[in-house]
Design a protein around this ligand. Structure first.
Ligand code: ADP
Length: 593
């Protein structure tokens, strides 16, 4: 806190407070409001009048009470201790606050984001005499069994290291010292601060061309997301949104998961607070929290905190990216964030645009997703990091023409369209293959170690998708004139499309094997489904009755391929041999009839 100025409250309007005597204050300065010391942020300045959005319930404060300007923008604390934390929208640790102050935190609480007592073992990775600058990695801390926290030189420090120590330190104790060219001595701790509304610096952006594997077949095969990519998933109630998000949190090949819960009702958030910490990292068997940070808005926090939580989340995600990690940020739901913006905007009496949202809605949404990306990180040693953003949207009534959905679709590169109807038919994940899309599809081939496999997979996905589209058209014909009107080829197309849907796209999150499918297994499975199609097509053209083909015993094996464990993939290849044998027998029988 650099300087402090005091103003007076003139008016309180829900989460927005108007204060006078604020000359010299800057936009986005953090202020303490009223005798309760509520935390707020200046969002509008007119003369000596400041409009302040307050992050806490404003009942009980009134005109005349003081407003203190801290002179600093809303910032987060970054350092060891972030992992496993559960924060509110302005980085107050909920687990700590709940412990100290009972189930609900009292207003005006100030508990720092990072624990000041806990000691971490700092191991230097550079020696004395090294020239260092902001962003350089100088050491590391084994934060959890899943996470090595790289310690980077904070902004504003540049010089030659004159001391660096191996040992146990709290986040605010010096681990190193350096002198600048002008002789200034700097102390380096493991704690740094960063203003949340400002993207952390990078050296350059790269095209996000590496697939972020999720192990979910419909996603990886048909609608992949990349390391540094952006995706949007609408979540009508009961469509399996929570299961999808949990599956992603568990299985994505990211080093860190940041989960921002922007729930409206308190109980939505309680679900996250109770369910997420129960999840296990499937690869190590350790709690998923050992590589996660959770940001949750509780029911007693007003809308402004929701607005801030998205920025708090992305800033923490960028910080881990800067260590050279792949980070997956999930935000549920960005609609609640947009509604918070709308409410604040209304209180500020701004001119509303569509559906009452402020005119800057689209710009805000865009600037949030723009903070995703694959980047060359700032500082030495040279490294790359990535932040992928997966934003859930929950439009009223599932209406995709909603302003938030539309603004989001303009900027994201992947759309997983969750359909209530599919969930109703118990087709999970309920991602609609006809309306979803991914602009990263061209990178699928590179997700395979074997180049030939990658090329084949690309071809297979095109053929499979064509069949799914054909199915939609054929169904219409069947509805009008009946199945008898269809040719043998068309009947096969329907049958294969059904097989793609049921044997491939349908994936049970709760089955120990089916819950995750490696890229290689996805390839073998899809290849097998399509192999049957090709062999059957040739047989039909040679005069085999389609009904005979659909009854072949191998069909059952194709359907059960998803349950074949990863280390027995060979058994999927054997199914193709069985297809050849059984189809050949039918062709032979047709010839000799
Ligand atoms: P939402 O969060 O959209 O309201 P949920 O994620 O809670 O919906 O899903 C509702 C139910 O659907 C779950 O309890 C589960 O039974 C089922 N379900 C969803 N996704 C899957 C899946 N991938 N595999 C199996 N069952 C699923």
């Amino acid at each position: 806190m650099t300087e402090q100025r005091v103003g007076r409250i003139v008016k309180v309007s829900g989460p927005v407070v108007l204060a006078e005597g604020m000359t010299g204050s800057r936009m986005y300065d953090v202020v303490r409001v009223g005798s309760l010391n509520l935390i707020g942020e200046i969002v509008e300045l007119r003369g000596d009048l400041a409009s302040i959005q307050v992050y806490e319930e404003t009942t009980g404060i009134g005109p005349g009470e003081p407003v203190l300007d801290t002179g600093a923008p809303l910032s987060v604390e970054l350092g060891p201790g972030l992992i496993e934390s559960i924060y509110d929208g302005i980085q107050r640790p909920l687990n700590v606050l709940v412990g100290i102050e009972g189930a609900f935190m009292s207003r005006g609480s100030t508990v720092p984001g990072l624990n000041r007592e806990k000691k971490w073992h700092f191991t230097p990775t550079v020696g004395n005499g090294t020239q260092v600058a902001p962003g350089d990695i100088i050491g590391q801390v084994q934060e959890t069994s899943l996470m090595v926290h790289k310690i980077m030189v904070p902004p504003g420090i540049k010089g030659k290291l004159i001391q660096i120590d191996d040992g146990d330190f709290t986040v605010d104790q010096p681990v190193a010292k350096c002198v600048g060219e002008d002789g200034t001595e700097y102390v380096i701790t493991m704690l740094q601060r960063w203003p949340v509304r400002l993207a952390r610096p990078i050296l350059g952006r790269l095209t996000p061309s590496r697939i972020l594997r999720t192990g979910q077949r419909v996603i990886d095969t048909f609608f992949p997301i990349t390391k540094g990519g952006t995706a949007c998933v609408p979540g009508p109630f009961g469509s399996g949104k929570t299961v999808v998000q949990h599956q992603l949190a568990k299985w994505v090949d990211a080093d860190v998961v940041v989960y921002v819960g922007c729930g409206e009702r308190g109980n939505e958030m309680t679900d996250v607070l109770t369910e997420f910490p129960e999840l296990k990292d499937p690869r190590s068997g350790r709690p998923l929290m050992e590589r996660s940070v959770l940001i949750a808005n509780t029911s007693n926090m007003p809308v402004a905190a929701r607005e801030a939580s998205v920025y708090t989340g992305i800033t923490i995600a960028e910080y881990f990216r800067d260590m050279g990690y792949v980070v997956a940020l999930m935000c549920d739901s960005t609609s609640r964030w947009a509604e918070a913006m709308r409410e604040i905007s209304t209180r500020l009496e701004e001119m509303p645009a569509e559906e009452g949202y402020p005119a800057y809605l689209a710009a805000r949404i865009a600037s949030f997703y723009e903070r995703a990306g694959l980047v060359d990180c700032f500082g030495k040693p040279q490294r790359q990091g990535a932040v992928s953003i997966i934003g859930a949207v929950s439009p009223p009534g599932g209406d995709l023409s909603d302003s938030v959905v539309q603004a989001t679709l303009h900027v994201v590169k992947v759309f997983w369209s969750l359909k209530g109807e599919l969930a109703y038919q118990r087709h999970f994940p309920a991602i609609d293959w006809l309306t979803s899309y991914s602009f990263y599809k061209q990178y699928l081939r590179d997700a395979f170690e074997d180049k030939d496999q990658g090329e084949q997979m690309e071809q297979l996905t095109v053929e499979a998708m064509a069949l799914l589209e054909q199915e939609a058209q054929l169904r219409e014909i069947v509805r009008l004139v009946g199945a008898e009107a269809l040719s043998g080829q068309d009947r096969l197309a329907l049958e294969t499309a059904r097989s793609i849907r049921e044997d491939y796209l349908h994936q049970n999150a709760f089955h120990p094997v089916d819950t995750y499918t490696s890229m290689e297994k996805q390839f073998e499975m899809l290849k097998t489904v399509m192999h049957f199609h090709k062999q059957a097509l040739a047989a039909i053209e040679a005069g085999v009755d389609p009904a005979e083909l659909f009854k072949l015993p191998v069909r059952e094996r194709i359907a059960r391929a998803k349950y074949i464990p990863q280390d027995q993939i060979d058994r999927i290849r054997q199914i193709r041999t069985q297809i050849d044998t059984e189809v050949a027998a039918l062709r032979h029988a047709a010839l000799t009839r």
